[in-house]
Design a protein around this ligand. Structure first.
Ligand SMILES: [Zn+2]
Length: 90
């Protein structure tokens, strides 16, 4: 059985492969296109979370903000995937 996580000999310029300022080898299943598409959704998800969760204090509002951000990312990714399916099926 192959390990779920292994490294290949390739490097890329994705943020995910930069750890503490040191470029790491790509994981075996790393997908640069997926990372770029997902990262493109982050600013919109941040804006949605900022609108949904007022900044009251660092504690409770931080966890609520993280939850709102995660929900926004899921919704945006789902919508992007649906657009991709529609485009491919035409
Ligand atoms: Zn990459």
């Amino acid at each position: 059985m192959e390990p779920l996580f292994s490294l290949c000999e390739e490097f890329c310029d994705c943020r995910e492969t930069l750890v503490s300022g040191v470029r790491q080898q790509k994981a075996r299943f790393h997908d640069c296109d997926y990372c770029r598409a997902r990262n493109a959704l982050i600013p919109q998800a941040e804006a949605q979370a900022n609108r949904a969760v007022p900044r009251v204090s660092a504690g409770a509002s931080a966890s609520a903000w993280t939850r709102a951000f995660s929900i926004a990312m899921d919704e945006l990714a789902r919508a992007a995937a649906q657009r991709l399916v529609i485009a491919v099926s035409r």
